[in-house]
Design a protein around this ligand. Structure first.
Ligand code: CS2
Length: 496
């Protein structure tokens, strides 16, 4: 299409003749929700739910103020400024069809890195009712094995000494909650939307531990006044590529510097525990339940673990995307065997869910050829993800005598590629991980001392001391170091 139109508030009407645009009025003071961590997932999930609700004429008083707490968020800040916080969500269907739509529920964005004060003021403002989080598994600042708060983090140490100069999510939350308490305002709800089992309980435990060290009186007030609903969130949201930006401009005539792409599937199951009100999300399909635990576990141990199984094995073999893995019959069968034999047995019955249907639908979602979700996105931050997604399942199966072989090969592959940093065709693999150098050191030593990698106890707990795991892991690792192809090892597991 000639002359793509620049996305911004002024051009919305013109853009509306090309793709759907918000039908509601937007203003920065409508920000009952303050959201920390405005990545693609938030824009495809919570912000989209709110957009739908507002489009239906509900929730007119609600909007989202995004907050960036990392230097890297400055790019989004600048783009949002130019685009009046508007962005396009491109839903990609398996048949190749793309549905782009302009989302307007984010009405403001503030960086906390340069000047924390406006962020604290926004969070402490009477109109703020919910602070929601997608700060990734790593952002909760706990030791993955013990689950305890990490006081060694220098930013946390700084915040304990300087409560008015927050750096992490915990520093900002306590600074804002203190002002609310002192002003006699009700607390906001803290709503975690991250892939962590009991994400609300975890956010609560970490915040209270931090607050207790910083200001014990405040900690008591938070414990009494703040609700932390647990939730299960789901929508596959790949990294935006330059090709997505081009497609939007060329095929739909919209110039957007940072659209977000996602699959059609969308789910949010959340506990109905809110300190200070909430939008009527049930009107747009959000499920409110008394206990989200079984849904969270199902999703983390099937979908997220399934992603990791394909991602790590696929990266080593040289498959670029999750759909390329599923197109490979061996990978598809391996994944199904892992889901059936290792993940399903630890889940038990989940009310209202047929696990066979759920697994069938996962395989279909992963197969969506239009999504092209890169294995490098899935493998990124494995050190924060795998303890929750996969290693927990190995521990549970070791305790019950269940199968562990499919998951064990994934850990061996992770070690091998953390050492070599190339796939089995000799091409470099992209490793993005906060623990990258520790992983590399442990993995490198594994060539001569096979248990070195899994002795990283903060990730693996006592796995290195478990004889059954150790025997199976060591022999697989040896085979990888001898140059046996990952597909041969996978085939061997399936036929056993
Ligand atoms: C993925 C998730 O990051 C990962 O490893 O498994 O981002 C996954 O795509 C989402 O949780 C889907 O809801």
């Amino acid at each position: 299409m000639d002359n793509p139109i620049q996305l911004n508030q002024e051009n919305l009407e013109a853009i509306g003749s090309r793709i759907p645009v918000p039908n509601y009025s937007r203003s920065a003071d409508k920000s009952g929700i303050v959201h920390i961590g405005v990545g693609g997932f938030h824009r495809a999930h919570l912000a989209y739910y709110l957009h739908q609700l507002k489009n239906s004429g509900d929730a007119s008083a609600w909007g989202i103020c995004g907050i960036g707490l990392r230097e890297g968020d400055a790019n989004l800040h600048d783009i949002f400024k130019k685009q009046d916080h508007l962005y396009t969500l491109m839903v990609k269907h398996p048949d190749g069809n793309i549905e782009p739509e302009v989302i307007g529920s984010i009405v403001d964005f503030k960086m906390g890195t340069t000047d924390p004060e406006p962020v604290i003021v926004r969070m402490a403002h009477a109109s703020t009712k919910i602070v929601s989080l997608t700060i990734t598994e790593g952002g909760y600042n706990f030791n993955p094995t013990t689950g305890e708060f990490n006081f060694d983090n220098p930013d946390i140490q700084h915040e304990l000494q300087h409560p008015d100069d927050p750096k992490t999510v915990y520093g900002f939350l306590t600074a804002a909650l203190k002002r609310r308490r002192d002003a006699g305002l009700p607390a906001f709800t803290i709503m975690s939307c991250d892939n962590i089992e009991h994400n609300g309980d975890m956010a609560r435990k970490m915040l209270l531990t931090f607050a207790e060290a910083q200001n014990p009186d405040l900690a008591q007030w938070i414990a009494k006044e703040v609700c932390f609903p647990n939730s299960m969130v789901d929508r596959i949201t790949p990294v935006t590529t330059p090709a997505d930006i081009e497609t939007l401009a060329e095929n739909y005539g919209v110039q957007d510097a940072w659209p977000v792409t996602c699959e059609p599937f969308l789910q949010w199951v959340v506990e109905d525990k809110f300190s200070n009100g909430r939008p009527a999300f049930e009107k747009v399909g959000v499920q409110f339940v008394p206990d989200v635990g079984p849904y969270e576990k199902m999703k983390l141990r099937l979908l997220n673990a399934g992603h990791s199984v394909l991602g790590l094995l696929g990266a080593l073999h040289g498959h670029p995307t999750i759909n390329a893995c599923i197109e490979d019959e061996l990978f598809k069968n391996y994944l199904r065997a892992f889901l059936d034999q290792e993940a399903t047995p630890i889940l038990g019955d989940i009310e209202g869910i047929d696990l066979e249907d759920y697994k069938d639908s996962l395989l279909e979602r992963f197969a969506n050829p239009n999504i092209k979700d890169s294995v490098s996105r899935i493998c990124s931050e494995s050190s924060a993800k795998l303890p929750k997604f996969l290693i927990a399942t190995i521990h549970e199966n070791l305790a019950t005598g269940g199968s562990i072989k499919f998951a064990t090969l994934v850990i061996a592959a992770w070690c091998y590629y953390s050492d070599k940093q190339v796939n089995q065709n000799g091409k470099p693999v992209e490793i993005i991980d906060a623990m990258q150098s520790k992983l590399h050191d442990g993995a490198k030593e594994s060539a001569t001392n096979p248990l070195a990698f899994i002795r990283l106890e903060s990730l693996f707990g006592g796995l290195a001391k478990n004889e059954r795991f150790e025997a199976s892991y060591t022999s697989l690792l040896q085979e990888l170091y001898q140059g046996v192809a990952i597909k041969k090892l996978m085939q061997g597991m399936i036929s056993k």
